[in-house]
Design a protein around this ligand. Structure first.
Ligand code: GH3
Ligand code: MG
Ligand code: MG
Ligand code: MG
Ligand code: MG
Length: 302
């Protein structure tokens, strides 16, 4: 751990720092609130050992200041020569996690550091698990692409940068043609396998880092194309349907083609136009998709 020792007394800073180093940690010393806050800003500090009696800002106030400025928790342990109950209570209430008295013994400090390190590690594991959950909640378990929730996040941020940068933003809504008869005849498990294949094919065909692919519904996909005007979106739609078609996935029950095809609805917005928000854009793509279906499927429509 990187341990910050805050004490106005140079001798104590040195003695405590030596103990920290002996316990296998790294010591960073600060003589008061200015140096302490600067250290927190500059380096990654895992734990703070805090003196109480200091000129200008005392340890209680500095602890409160740290808790206010840094919402990310790190352990703060008071190290004071005052062993009164009042000080201990005040210290814990100011936001500290433990209270030790000076002079401190190496073994005690070392043990307390180990205990805090254990808590900090648990907190780290919890944060990583939360982050993993957050990611998982945006992913479709079947195809491993973004789900509807993931799409909403991606589209919201694409929408925001579109407004700021006055670029153009397009989306494609892709629906598989005659997928119900595909399922009914080849079986649902085969239908699922096919959906995975579609997702993989689309993913491989999308080569811009800014483009995103999501599973919007059962057999509906949405592609978000930032910085892409309508001509680009049309081109991308063509590319995606050709990529799928080139795989020649047999579909004897399709009325348009002996292979699986898709219909695509395209919607584009610019900074100045009439599409009010991201869900409006999806609505327009849905209308365009309906047109493509009505016009005979295996095509795209704006
Ligand atoms: P259209 O050409 O008009 O799109 O006809 P369609 O048969 O594809 O009709 P629709 O778009 O309404 O497709 C709905 C069908 O998609 C119903 C169901 O059989 C299939 N489907 C939806 N979600 C899943 C899924 O998760 N797995 C599988 N295997 N099939 C699904
Ligand atoms: Mg002091
Ligand atoms: Mg559908
Ligand atoms: Mg439909
Ligand atoms: Mg369909």
């Amino acid at each position: 751990m990187n341990i910050l020792v805050v004490d106005d007394n140079k001798f104590i800073r040195e003695v405590v720092s030596a103990m920290i180093i002996d316990s296998g940690h790294i010591a960073v010393a600060a003589n008061g609130h200015v140096q302490a806050m600067a250290a927190l800003n500059k380096e990654s500090i895992d734990l703070v050992l805090m003196d109480i009696e200091m000129p200008e800002v005392d340890g209680f106030a500095l602890t409160k200041m740290m808790r206010k400025e840094y919402p990310q928790w790190f352990p703060i342990i008071f190290l004071s020569s005052n062993d009164s109950e009042e000080y201990l209570t005040k210290g814990i209430d100011a936001g500290a996690d433990d209270y030790l008295t000076k002079p401190i013994k190496q073994v005690i400090l070392s043990a307390k550091l180990r205990a805090m390190e254990r808590i900090a590690k648990m907190k780290g594991a919890l944060e990583r698990a939360n982050k993993q959950l957050e990611i998982l909640s945006s992913i479709d378990p079947l195809t491993h692409i973004l789900n509807r929730r993931g799409l909403e996040e991606v589209l919201a941020s694409a929408w925001q940068s579109n407004e700021r940068q006055v670029g153009e933003l397009s989306i494609l809504m892709i629906d598989i043609d005659f997928f119900k008869p595909y399922n009914d005849n080849y079986g649902h498990p085969q239908g699922d396998k096919f959906l995975v294949q579609v997702a993989n094919t689309f993913n491989e065909t999308l080569n811009r880092a800014t483009d995103s692919l999501a599973r919007y519904g059962g057999e509906e996909f949405i592609v978000v194309l930032p910085f892409t005007p309508v001509e680009g979106a049309r081109f991308k739609a063509k590319e995606l349907s050709l990529a799928l078609l080139s795989q020649k996935i047999k579909h004897e029950y399709s009325s348009v083609f002996p292979y699986v095809t898709v219909s695509i609805g395209i919607a584009t917005t610019t900074a100045a136009d009439q599409v009010a928000n991201a869900s409006e854009l999806i609505k327009q793509a849905d209308i365009a998709l309906y047109q493509a279906k009505k016009q005979g499927r295996n095509r795209s429509s704006v």
